[in-house]
Design a protein around this ligand. Structure first.
Ligand SMILES: CC(C)(COP(=O)(O)OP(=O)(O)OC[C@H]1O[C@@H](n2cnc3c(N)ncnc32)[C@H](O)[C@@H]1OP(=O)(O)O)[C@@H](O)C(=O)NCCC(=O)NCCS
Length: 180
């Protein structure tokens, strides 16, 4: 599924459009962007279009394009939703380095958590980040995620193996921090 339009202060989350595939593939050309991601090689334009189409049809995925100043700068998603147990796994890529460090990631994760807990019947969002990705860890923390464990020496990055830090946010904790 594509996620509906959600307007924030710095960003809007909107459903992807076919023409987004062209800018999206350029994000994965840059090793600074992919350094701490699981996707390490750029897809072809056909692969990206197929991925967008697959995501649109999959009832267990919700994906958005992140827009800032009226241009697409990244994507965010709730993947692999398990409706029975009420959880999904979130991920974000801001592919334009020029927008990093301005609070966009934090707002994206906050808007996404609000959607998951107020518009969907999810109980928990799971995520993670590779050790050293402080911006991701802090943005997740600002949206209520906390560390619940780590897989040690899990990914080969820059010549060494780094830990994958596992995180989650529970609906009840999010509700306490975000009273209506
Ligand atoms: C990780 C990412 C989503 C963070 O988004 P961002 O817009 O750059 O981050 P924000 O500006 O919202 O900052 C979030 C927090 O991280 C901190 N931060 C930002 N850049 C930082 C950096 N380079 N080093 C350390 N902390 C940093 C901010 O101070 C803020 O902390 P605070 O909430 O305690 O004040 C974004 O940088 C990105 O997409 N990077 C490439 C792909 C990636 O790594 N995705 C995540 C995979 S788990």
């Amino acid at each position: 599924m594509y996620g509906p339009l959600i307007q924030g202060k710095l960003v809007s989350l909107r459903p992807p459009r076919p023409e987004d595939a062209e800018v999206m593939i350029t994000w994965f050309e840059d090793m600074e962007v992919t350094r701490l991601l699981f996707v390490r090689n750029p897809p072809s334009i056909d692969m990206e279009r197929e991925w967008l189409d697959k995501m649109a049809r999959d009832p267990n995925e919700v994906i958005w394009v992140v827009e800032h100043e009226a241009r697409p700068v990244g994507t965010t998603a709730i993947h692999a939703i398990n409706w029975r147990d009420g959880h999904g796994t979130t991920g974000t890529v801001l592919g334009e380095k020029a927008v990093w460090g301005k609070g966009l990631g934090r707002e994206v994760m906050q808007l996404r958590a609000r959607y998951a807990f107020t518009q969907l019947p999810l109980r928990k969002l799971k995520s993670g980040y590779l050790d050293g990705n402080d911006a991701s860890g802090r943005a997740q923390a600002a949206a209520g995620y906390r560390e619940v464990g780590r897989y040690r020496k899990d990914h080969f990055i820059g010549g060494k193996y780094v830990d994958l830090i596992l995180t989650e946010v529970l609906r009840e904790d999010w509700e306490k921090a975000n009273p209506v």
